[in-house]
Design a protein around this ligand. Structure first.
Ligand code: NAD
Length: 473
């Protein structure tokens, strides 16, 4: 069992002052895999002050200096690849054979991607006698969820470092290991003391200290909409920048003239990836009534390819839910779907076959789902796909937009041009056409209650930049 009894503050490993610990459970075995010493307000205070002090020097480094360090970090992440994979296997139950592709490759690429963008910080725009400069926003506090621990961390840390910001980060209670490894990596490559600080703790305890702190210039939060609202409220009196990356209930429109087999495979695999614990998962599949039976048959067939089981077994494609709490939430929704009259095409509330322990749920598909059912409106955050039908494309667009969320969406039509004409009507921060996948270049973030910021791409770096106008007369 891993014992984490130090925090990383001001370039040093420090013993937290709270004396309290938290146990991390391996969700595949239900056995503790780590204990973490928790931070309290004293630790958070010293982390924020270290970041404030370090900002003076780090914000004045050349872009090349920062880029060189970030490239060294990417190289070291490559050296620690297996440790990063194991962190996801142990704390999330992600199958080992896919954990690298799902959780580690993109963060390494992202570190190099933003190292290149660091150079843009030195570009000066001239408009007559006005010079427009880019400057780092300052001390940033990051609060992250457990579903993509490294990906979420690097999606914030890489652009922040490139811009010249300093950082205090708090991982989710369930997944502290990836952050710990990153602190070791930053230490090893010689990131100046105080630029990256790591604290551990419960969101309700230390989250408000971070988001309300007057020395924190920006808070970037990824997690549930409810907690995101709390963060924004706590941040408001200090008028800091708030970036919220929140929940989703994304719609996926398949048209009658699409390649139905390819479209259905893409949709089912999208929802089942990462055991359904993906904020932008396309959990509402909207299909023409005329194709319903074909879609239902295909979806059930594709679902049967999922191998649920031990994350260490090479053939496993789907591990457990990340926590007991998450498993209970998913089962509650499956029961609710049945009670509301949706038809259970596959899956259900029983333990998957051949699994005796762990927080597993069966990959599940509901058909006959109507837009007002809670399983069509609320984020389940598990491997549960809802199939809804429509009679004309205007109705499909209306159903897709009838959500308090607007994180992502997708369209599979006859061709890209037809899909794009539908995409333009969808109120969501992203739209995936014709079975496409995540790209670092694509700004990621929500409309409506899915959030107000953008991560990834050049826009993801803009969040960490202040604009200064110098008027030369
Ligand atoms: P959560 O809101 O319970 O926890 C997320 C983080 O917030 C954790 O670190 C937690 O400790 C902290 N937290 C909890 N309450 C807090 C408070 N009052 N103040 C400050 N911090 C607090 O969410 P979760 O269940 O861990 O994560 C799942 C949610 O995250 C889903 O809704 C999912 O859609 C969302 N998510 C969104 C994105 C995105 O980019 N939009 C990405 C991943 C996950």
């Amino acid at each position: 069992m891993k014992i984490i009894n130090e925090l990383y503050i001001n370039g040093k490993w420090q013993t937290p002052t709270s004396g309290q610990t938290l146990t991390v459970i391996n969700p595949a075995t239900e056995i503790p895999c780590a204990t973490v010493s928790l931070s309290n307000s004293v630790d958070v205070e010293s982390a924020v002050l270290a970041a404030r002090e370090a900002f003076k020097g780090w914000s004045m480094t050349s872009a090349k200096e920062r880029a060189d360090l970030m490239n060294a970090v990417a190289n070291e992440m490559g050296n620690r690849y297996d440790d990063l994979v194991d962190a996801h296997v142990m704390t999330m139950g992600c199958p080992k054979n896919i954990a690298g592709v799902f959780h580690v490759d993109c963060p390494i690429d992202a570190m190099r991607y933003y190292a290149k963008l660091a150079l843009q910080m030195e570009e000066v725009e001239e408009k007559g006698s006005v010079l427009i400069l880019k400057e780092p926003v300052g001390v940033c506090a990051f609060i992250n969820p457990w579903n993509y621990p490294l990906h979420q961390l690097i999606g914030k840390v890489a652009p922040a470092l490139a811009a010249g910001c300093t950082i205090v980060t708090k991982p989710a209670e369930q997944t502290p290991l990836a952050d710990l490894i990153m602190a070791e990596i930053f230490h090893k490559v010689g990131l100046p003391a105080g630029v990256f600080n790591l604290v551990f703790g419960h969101g309700r305890d230390i989250g408000p200290i971070l988001s309300g702190h007057p020395e924190v210039d920006m808070v970037s939060f990824t997690g549930s909409t409810l907690a995101g609202i709390e963060v924004a409220k706590t941040a408001a009196p200090t008028v800091k920048r708030v970036c919220q990356e929140l929940g989703g209930k994304s719609a996926y429109i398949i048209t009658e003239d699409a390649d139905i087999a390819a479209a259905v495979r893409y949709g089912v695999e999208d929802v089942m990836g990462n055991t359904g614990q993906t904020c932008n998962a396309l959990t509402r599949m909207l299909v023409p009534s005329s194709c319903y039976q074909q879609v239902a048959d295909l979806a059930t067939q594709v679902l049967q390819e999922q191998v649920v089981g031990d994350p260490l077994d090479e053939i496993t494609t789907m591990g457990p839910m990340s926590s007991k709490r998450q498993k209970e939430t998913v089962l509650k929704y499956i029961n609710q779907g049945i009670a509301e009259g949706a038809q259970l095409l596959a899956g259900g509330i029983e333990m998957p076959d051949k699994v005796q322990q762990g927080y597993y749920v069966k990959p599940t598909i509901f058909s006959g789902v109507t837009p007002n059912m809670s399983i069509a409106r609320e984020e389940i955050f598990g491997p549960v796909l809802c199939i809804l039908t429509y009679d004309c494309i205007e109705e499909a667009i209306e159903i897709a937009n009838d959500s308090e969320y607007g994180l992502s969406s997708a369209v599979f039509a006859k061709d890209k041009a037809s899909a794009l004409s539908i995409a333009r009507h969808l109120r969501a921060g992203q739209c995936y056409l014709q079975g496409s996948y995540f790209s670092i270049d694509a700004p990621f973030g929500g409309y409506k209650k899915s959030g107000n910021g953008r991560e990834w791409g050049a826009e993801g770096m803009s969040e960490y930049i202040e604009t200064k106008a110098v008027i030369c007369g």
